[in-house]
Design a protein around this ligand. Structure first.
Ligand SMILES: Cc1ncccc1N[C@@H](C)c1ccc2c(c1)OCCCO2
Length: 114
């Protein structure tokens, strides 16, 4: 393991780390189900089942609007993407598998950067 960035105390540096983490998530081959908000007019039942929808484009907008207080509030929204995915999709579905792969990838990214 190598240290890419010491999580420093000031918010700017933490926000820069969040941007790098999000870019790496978006570039992953299994990111495709999570890049944009789920259209509940297309995916029947989604609005009823998933109380707090989240996706990578929404996380990017929140980052750009300075809506994350620190790294932990950013991590909470990324984990919400994967928790929603597990709730709605079967584990052996393409989307379900992508969600498990992306959660593992994100977890490893976080441990690399500590
Ligand atoms: C993360 C997630 N969870 C549950 C359902 C969908 C999604 N993602 C959306 C973006 C999506 C993925 C695949 C799709 C789709 C839409 O359009 C309908 C046609 C089939 O292909």
């Amino acid at each position: 393991c190598y240290k890419i960035a010491q999580i420093s105390k000031d918010d700017n540096s933490q926000l820069a780390v969040c941007r790098v983490l999000l870019a790496e998530l978006e570039a992953h081959k299994d990111a495709w189900p999570f890049l944009t908000p789920v259209n509940h007019k297309v995916i029947l039942g989604y609005r009823k089942v998933i109380k707090r929808p989240m996706d990578f484009s929404t996380i990017k907008r929140k980052l750009n609007n300075n809506l994350y207080f620190n790294l932990d509030t950013f991590i909470a929204d990324v984990n919400l993407v994967f928790d929603n995915c597990e709730k709605f999709n079967e584990d052996d579905s393409d989307i379900g598998q992508a969600g498990h792969n992306m959660r593992k990838f994100f977890h490893e990214l976080l441990h690399l950067k500590k």
